[in-house]
Design a protein around this ligand. Structure first.
Ligand SMILES: Nc1ncnc2c1ncn2[C@@H]1O[C@H](COP(=O)(O)OP(=O)(O)OP(=O)(O)O)[C@@H](O)[C@H]1O
Length: 267
């Protein structure tokens, strides 16, 4: 489904700040894989997502999605098949449009209909049913402007927008990190449901190691622009947070320096 071969990206080349954020990295995701991504500060996790969504050109390497070479495809074209959520709940929705208008935009994009805010009754019923499943009461606020919602409610709507656009790939970049614990829990629950129901191939960055081991079917750990650990199946089921932290130190010859990750190790 997603195949990244020898991808390399160096920022500020030939300057004192030169930094190789992605270093000959290889990653292959099967269709339906839900992969969690962890790693130290500056390991290259967000840069990996930026590379996939096309925020910059690679220095080297190739990215294929569903058999298609997208290495030189522009970002806005990739966005048609790659959904992305950020830490900032303000991103990804139009704050002055209502919940149903935002959903209608995502829906019209997926159906290749003309961009139109006149909402059909059948579409409205479909959105309502989908929102009801979240148990947040959003189905009764479909005419509320998105900008008035809490961060958790916004991320829930953004997730629904991403899924109704039927993406080939969903990228979640610490999408619950800015939320309070109760909202984060709820949004994760919704994430799990949406990914499962739609069989979405998903990459999710999290600083919470526990969460990384519990969500999805595979976990990768990044360090210095490379994937240093890739676990799934029995090895992953038997993995503990302490073991993972220890493996990081052994493999990288340094202590894990992601404070947020370590602080959340028991939560
Ligand atoms: N556009 C850019 N220009 C220059 N340097 C960049 C750019 N984007 C990322 N970097 C650098 O690349 C490295 C990797 O950054 P990245 O944001 O991918 O790390 P991360 O693993 O997501 O870290 P964190 O957990 O702290 O968010 C960092 O040293 C960062 O400063």
């Amino acid at each position: 489904m997603l195949k990244m071969t020898n991808i390399t990206k160096t920022f500020s080349k030939n300057t004192a700040n030169e930094h190789t954020a992605l270093d000959n990295l290889n990653l292959y995701l099967e269709k339906g894989d839900f992969v969690t991504v962890i790693g130290s500060n500056g390991a290259g996790k967000s840069t990996l997502m930026n590379a996939i969504s096309g925020s910059f050109w690679l220095d080297n390497g190739k990215i294929e999605l569903d058999g298609k070479n997208i290495t030189y495809m522009r970002e806005h074209n990739r966005a048609k098949t790659i959904g992305r959520l950020f830490q900032d709940p303000m991103k990804g929705t139009a704050p002055d449009l209502t919940i149903e208008e935002n959903l209608a935009l995502a829906y019209s994009g997926s159906k290749r209909r003309s961009l139109n805010l006149a909402i059909r009754k059948s579409d409205r019923d479909y959105f309502k049913t989908a929102l009801e499943e979240f148990g947040m009461g959003l189905e009764n606020r479909m005419k509320t402007k998105i900008g008035l919602l809490s961060g958790g409610q916004r991320q829930a709507v953004t997730l629904l927008m991403s899924s109704i656009a039927s993406p080939k790939l969903l990228l979640l970049d610490e999408h619950t990190a800015a939320l309070d614990p109760a909202a984060a829990k709820k949004v994760l629950e919704i994430t799990r449901k949406i990914v499962e129901k739609n069989g979405l191939t998903t990459l999710m960055i999290t600083h919470n190691i526990n969460q990384a081991l519990k969500m999805g079917n595979r976990t990768i750990m990044m360090n210095a622009g490379k994937i240093m650990l890739d676990i799934s199946g029995e090895e992953r089921s038997n993995m503990t947070v302490s073991k993972l932290v220890e493996m990081y130190s052994v493999k990288s010859h340094k202590e894990l320096d992601n404070d947020r990750m370590l602080l959340s190790r028991d939560s």
